[in-house]
Design a binder for this molecule. Structure first.
Ligand SMILES: Cc1cc2nc3c(=O)[nH]c(=O)nc-3n(C[C@H](O)[C@H](O)[C@H](O)COP(=O)(O)OP(=O)(O)OC[C@H]3O[C@@H](n4cnc5c(N)ncnc54)[C@H](O)[C@@H]3O)c2cc1C
Length: 409
């Protein structure tokens, strides 16, 4: 076993193994080490690549300050939505829309954790996670990788059957082969570029959340433009659909969009990111205590939007609170009411009952950003939910809601 940083001998059985050191695994590690009760537990972190790169940008909204506030790269106090013959800018107050770069988050958590002698590290691709000692009161979990293995009292895994930052890996995943296959499955897939122009072209105070004036590919597609300053922005072509595109197709749309909006200016590309985020309520794993699925594997992603960062934080904080109390661990983060709304919206998008561009246009046209953000954060009141629903056509949403209800029953 490679034990990269710790001079201490590795224990025979760890208290916790964190399988997958990405967004969820490192968030959990951060909260464990911040806990006065759990910070000295023996923890093993395993990832196929501990040499992290800036492979993703996390954006989210919130009121007040965040656990990782010092890492916030940029924030916006207004968003804009655009579609055919519609354009609206909305102040986000009391929310701010914030961006954290993946590499800043990985470095922050890993640098602090590497100072702790009770945290051990292995760089390896895990091949197997199995429960052992079924008959004993204290169950254990065995984790195996090529050339090694380790045991723990509890395992928290975020290892999906595909890689979200690898379109080829995601395209090979067959969602029709799963046990919960009757539930819709869409990809939120995208390619983004950080571009820097030769002169000021952006309004750095406004995040262009959705510009639907791009090829729709028979799905829901939009451009996402996040200005970091007047000359630099992350520009991302994003689609919700069941088919991932060839890389050249995202590039084509990005080139056309930038040429159309900034015809007289030149730009250089600093960075690129790609991703395929599952939008679904299908389950990815059947792990049972003492093996817990977290992050995307643990259904932290909001099925109707693909946003996950804040839900991952909630999930990991809640797991640590439950561990501190010694209670049975529940990893659910989405409440039943909002899960139902997600299911209805996903059903409508999946079955093309209404265009996504029209749905989001109507929601943002008739509501303020704060109400929409609360609705999408699962924190809206029933009254606020009714306001959102009144923006949408009953003749489409009511039959969809009934179908989803019947399917659940
Ligand atoms: C490019 C991109 C941008 C995103 N942007 C946003 C955003 O703006 N806002 C938002 O809310 N959400 C966003 N998401 C969605 C979500 O927040 C992230 O995907 C988040 O990283 C999910 O965390 P996770 O821990 O579940 O998965 P990951 O962060 O992908 O972590 C999984 C880890 O497991 C490791 N691993 C995989 N297989 C093995 C194996 N066999 N053995 C050992 N290790 C393994 C991987 O190396 C990785 O480190 C984005 C996703 C992507 C891909």
């Amino acid at each position: 076993m490679s034990n990269a940083n710790s001079p201490n001998p590795a224990p025979l059985t760890y208290d916790y193994i964190i399988a997958g050191a990405g967004g969820a695994g490192l968030s959990l590690l951060h909260y464990l080490l911040a806990s006065p009760i759990l910070s000295n537990k023996q923890i093993l972190v395993i990832d196929q690549s501990l040499n992290k790169t800036n492979d993703r940008t996390w954006c989210f909204w919130e009121t007040g300050n965040h656990e990782f506030e010092s890492l916030v790269h940029h924030r916006w106090e207004a968003i804009s939505i655009h579609s055919k013959s519609f354009s609206k800018e909305l102040p986000t107050s009391p929310f701010s829309y914030k961006m954290i770069q993946g590499i800043d988050f990985y470095n922050y958590v890993m640098t602090a954790a590497k100072l702790k002698p009770n945290v051990h590290w292995v760089e390896a691709a895990i091949s197997n996670i199995t429960e052992i000692n079924f008959q004993q009161p204290q169950k254990e979990v065995l984790i195996e990788w090529g050339g090694g293995s380790a045991k723990a009292k509890m395992v928290f895994t975020s290892i999906l059957p595909f890689q979200m930052n690898n379109l080829a890996s995601a395209s090979k995943y067959d969602s029709r082969n799963q046990s919960s296959t009757h539930l819709p499955f869409l990809w939120q897939h995208f390619k983004g570029r950080t571009v820097t122009f030769n002169q000021p072209v952006f309004d750095q105070k406004v995040a262009r959340l959705m510009d639907f004036n791009v090829p729709q590919h028979g799905a829901t597609a939009f451009m996402y433009v996040l200005p970091i300053n007047e000359m630099q922005a992350l520009v991302e072509y994003t689609l919700f659909s069941d088919q991932i595109l060839a890389i050249s197709e995202y590039d084509k749309v990005l080139n056309e969009y930038l040429a159309k909006h900034y015809p007289d200016d030149t730009y250089t590309i600093q960075h690129e990111e790609i991703g395929a985020i599952p939008m679904t309520q299908q389950i990815f794993s059947n792990f049972k205590s003492p093996i817990y699925a977290i992050g995307a594997l643990g259904l932290a992603i909001k099925a109707s939007t693909g946003y996950a960062f804040q839900f991952i934080q909630q999930q990991c904080k809640s797991i640590v609170a439950q561990l501190e109390q010694g209670s049975a661990i529940n990893t659910n983060v989405h409440n039943t009411r909002h899960r139902f709304y997600d299911a209805v919206l996903l059903y409508i998008l999946y079955h093309h009952k209404m265009e996504g561009a029209e749905i989001f246009k109507r929601i943002f046209a008739k509501n303020n950003a704060a109400t929409v953000f609360k609705f999408l954060s699962n924190t809206s009141t029933l009254w606020e939910d009714i306001q959102i629903m009144r923006s949408l056509p009953t003749h489409i949403f009511l039959p969809a809601a009934i179908t989803v209800l019947c399917r659940r029953g």
